[in-house]
Structures are given as C-alpha cells and as structure tokens.
Design a protein around this ligand. Structure first.
Ligand code: YXS
Length: 261
C-alpha cells in the first residue's frame, strides 16, 4: 500500500520513480523500502521496459541510506532482526527490467548499494557516494558487499568501506560506476529519459536475458552469504558496544568514539 514516499510517472514503456521524502533525506524506512519494491513490481506489471529512479530535482541528499531510527537496538539478536533495506535490495537485484539511477546529491550507506545495484547510473557532477557502516559500527551483509564488489574496483571498495568518506561523482565516473556525468538537473532528466527510451525500443527478452546473465556472472551465490565464519564476524559487530555508540552518536549529532568491543 503506497504511503506517499514515492511517485511514479509512466510515459510510453518507461516508468520514472521519484523519491519524495526529502525532509528525511529519502532515508529508507521499512515503509519506503516496501513502497519501492511495490512500485517496481507495478512498473513491470504495467508493461514498462525500463525504470528510472530519481530524487526530486535540487535535493542536497539523493538518499541518506537506511533509516537509522529503524536500526535495531544493539542488544537485539541480529539473527532475529529483519533488515528491511537488505530485503529490499534482494528484490531490487532480482528486478528483471533495466534500472537507471538518476543521481543528484549525496548518496549514503545502503543507498549507495542501491545505486551500485542499478544497471546504469547517470549522476550530477556534484553528487557524492559514501559507504558508511564503519561510522555506525554496523556489519554489512555479504550479499550487499558482493553488490559493491560487482561495481567497484576492490581497492576502492576497501577504501570506501574503511574510511566511510564520500567520493566525488568524477571519481565514481573514473571507476566506471557512473555511466554519464551531467552538469544540471535538466540534463540529468533528459539523459536518463533518452537512455530509457532507447532501451524500451530494443528487444525486451534479449535485455532481460542479458541482465540475468550479467547478474549471475558478477554476483556470488548463496554459499558466501551462508559462511559461518562471516556470520560470526557480523554478529560480533552487531552485538558490540561500538554499534550502540555509533547509533547513539548519530542521534546526538556528534562523532562516535569506538573502542573495538
Ligand atoms: O532532525 P530531523 O527530524 O529533521 O531529521 C534529520 C535527520 O535526523 C534525518 N536523517 C535521517 N534519519 C534517519 N536515517 C537516516 N539515515 C537519516 N539521515 C538524515 O533527516 C533530517 C535532516 O538530516 P540532517 O539535519 O542531518 O541534514 P544535514 O543536511 O545536516 O546532513 C545531511 C547528511 C546526509 C550528511 C546527514 O543527515 C547524515 O550524515 N545522515 C546519515 C548518513 C548515513 O550515515 N547513512 C547511513 C545510514 S545506515 C545505512 O544505510 C546502512 C545500515 S550502512 O551505514 O551500514 O551502510
């Protein structure tokens, strides 16, 4: 059921989805995550052949990632917790149609994974991209990390994970994460629609098959996600004092102090 975090506009065989929760920097609550998945399914059901995902023009933040107020308390068993953004990412990654991310503004945390999982990225040259779990003490899922590695060179992925510092759109373009850099919001929209219109005139079944093949060849299967050793490392972060400190520090608008336990 739509809650109004997103709107969808259909033109021809293209659906343009706009994130409209700028007051919360389009951070992904459970409700907004569900709405995005539902909207993508509706686009497919309506016969669209490509989807554009964007924020409202002129925003400073494209998306601030996972809604931090919905992260679990640190004393909660992480196995009992359903990460709604991670669940959304599984559906986005399995989405069969070409997904074009139209990026303007800062892209943070889980939203950065969303951009990496898109098929084509067009970005305003002032956009930035940051992978932020090390600022919060969060352990990132294996499936999520594999999506970063499918898009980024490994040393860049490590630098981004370890520093949590944003990189510029130009750097992201240089690494091949961004397909096209644009100078303003009008050009962003125009370039995305041009791409989507061309794609929607090509053979849909060919594109669907190519996308599935590329996903299968660039993303690892279940075995990595199920590794007991990796799961134990993730659990030790989720149950740490550092994780509680990271979330507390965000809420108190201060820098976290991490002790490594
Ligand atoms: O105080 P109000 O009610 O107006 O709300 C503020 C912020 O609290 C809220 N907001 C968020 N709420 C929940 N989750 C968020 N991720 C989030 N980000 C922001 O939006 C209102 C405006 O934010 P404010 O005042 O901080 O804006 P600003 O312009 O001074 O700063 C913009 C940002 C993006 C630099 C700043 O909001 C920020 O650092 N946000 C968090 C970015 C981040 O670390 N995202 C990662 C989220 S966690 C996640 O995605 C994964 C779990 S992980 O980190 O592992 O990848």
């Amino acid at each position: 059921m739509a809650q109004g975090f997103l709107t969808a506009q259909v033109r021809g065989h293209v659906t343009e989805v706009t994130m409209r929760n700028a007051a919360k920097h389009n951070s992904f609550s459970a409700a907004m995550s569900t709405e995005l998945v539902d909207t993508l399914r509706e686009a497919q059901g309506a016969g669209s052949r490509a989807v554009i995902l964007r924020a409202e023009p002129g925003v400073k933040v494209w998306s601030a990632g996972h809604d931090i107020s919905e992260l679990p308390d640190g004393d909660q068993d992480p196995l009992a917790w359903t990460n709604t953004l991670a669940a959304m990412m599984e559906d986005v990654a399995a989405f069969p149609l070409p997904l074009i991310a139209a990026v303007e503004g800062g892209v943070w945390g889980g939203a950065c994974e969303l951009v990496m999982a898109a098929d084509i990225v067009v970005a305003h040259e002032a956009s930035t991209f940051a992978i932020t779990p090390a600022k919060l003490g969060v352990a990132y899922s294996s499936a999520g990390i594999s999506r970063f590695l499918a898009a980024l060179p490994v040393h860049i992925a490590k630098e981004m994970f370890f520093t949590a510092e944003p990189i510029s759109a130009q750097r992201a373009y240089d690494f091949g994460v961004v397909n096209h850099l644009v100078a303003d919001a009008d050009e962003l929209e125009l370039r995305c629609w041009q791409l989507a219109d061309v794609i929607s005139q090509r053979a849909p079944l060919t594109i669907r098959s190519a996308k599935a093949e590329i996903q299968a060849m660039t993303l690892p299967g279940e075995s990595v996600n199920e590794s007991a050793q990796l799961r134990s490392l993730r659990d030790s972060a989720w149950t740490s004092e550092d994780y509680r400190e990271g979330v507390r520090a965000f809420k108190e608008r201060r820098a976290p102090v991490f002790g490594g336990k």
